[in-house]
Design a protein around this ligand. Structure first.
Ligand SMILES: O=P(O)(O)O[C@H]1O[C@H](CO)[C@@H](O)[C@H]1O
Length: 294
């Protein structure tokens, strides 16, 4: 891969200009940045003493084009910490270069942010992750990155980080532990577990073969964002915490009526799960078992 969309064309000054403009417009000096995933923009409503800016008014900022992403940067206080919250993120499938997709992360660094919290909506590939559950991201597979689509492509900016940054501990273990402890304290531990997130390019959802492949590779949840932001954040030394809100399940094989009926018969629930499909024997295929009959 080469060319316009796959090469960072922003220089240090571009990020600095945006950061300087924001610092001139607000008295807040954030320590924590939060990127709100699809449908999660209401997280920003919790901030007190807000200063909010539409992306259209921020010099150099990309524009949000996706439903569920309001396109506002909100500064404010949350439990004694000063935060900046992105109500709406940028995705590669919108036509943004990865450099633009991740532009805010470097701006956050220049604002003085130390910790980045990434959130997203994701599809589950794991048996135990149901819609409504929360997955604390312990690691990711960056499929576009493995294919050479990386926000760090192009000349390295040494002021942000090294040419070859390590990605072996992207998601801060201390913050992951803390989140799990808080889930227990709040009595919601059964809704929360750790898992591996995979980023795909989108905008189409996965084929069954792709979902199966990712499941076999150890992926628990899949989405179309987050990994590029995290790569840029880790490159410039931010501490990262990530969570996926599970919004749907991805089927792992075509659900044929006879397999569904048999699974319903055997397991009584989750009829469409094909994780352990029942393979019909030759004689059964000619004369399939009847629903409701043992
Ligand atoms: O990752 P976020 O921005 O939460 O959005 C997720 O939801 C959208 C698909 O419904 C995709 O953009 C996917 O990445």
């Amino acid at each position: 891969p080469s060319g316009g969309l796959n090469r960072c064309v922003c220089v240090h000054d571009d990020y600095q200009k945006t950061a300087d403009w924001l610092l001139s417009q607000t008295k807040h000096r954030p320590q924590v940045a939060i990127i709100c995933g699809s449908g999660l923009g209401m997280l920003a409503d919790a901030l007190k003493c807000q200063d909010a800016f539409h992306y259209t008014d921020i010099p150099g900022f990309p524009q949000s084009t996706v439903q569920g992403h309001a396109g506002r940067l909100v500064f404010g206080e949350l439990k004694g910490k000063t935060c900046v919250c992105m109500q709406g993120r940028f995705h590669m499938y919108e036509g943004h270069s990865l450099c633009k997709t991740t532009f805010p992360v470097r701006v956050f660094k220049l604002l003085g942010v130390e910790t980045l919290i990434v959130t997203n909506a994701a599809g589950s590939l794991a048996d135990g992750l149901k819609p409504g559950d929360i997955m604390i991201i312990k690691d990711h597979v960056n499929f576009p990155g493995l294919g050479g689509f990386n926000p760090l492509n192009g000349p390295n900016d040494d002021k942000f980080g090294p040419r070859f940054p390590a990605m072996s501990a992207c998601y801060n273990p201390g913050l992951r532990c803390l989140a799990m402890d808080i889930a227990k304290q709040q009595g919601v531990a059964e809704l929360v577990q750790e898992g591996v997130y995979a980023a795909v390019g989108g905008p189409n959802f996965e084929t069954i073969a792709e979902a199966k492949l990712m499941h076999r590779l150890g992926v628990d949840a899949v989405g179309m964002s987050t990994a590029p932001e995290v790569v840029v954040a880790v490159h410039c030394g931010l501490r990262v915490f990530g969570i996926s809100l599970i919004t749907n399940k991805r089927p792992l094989s075509p659900v044929s009526a006879e397999i569904m009926m048999l699974q319903k018969n055997k397991h009584k629930k989750r009829v469409w799960s094909t994780r352990r499909p029942v393979i019909l024997q030759k004689d059964q295929r000619a004369n399939p078992p009847q629903v409701g009959v043992a």
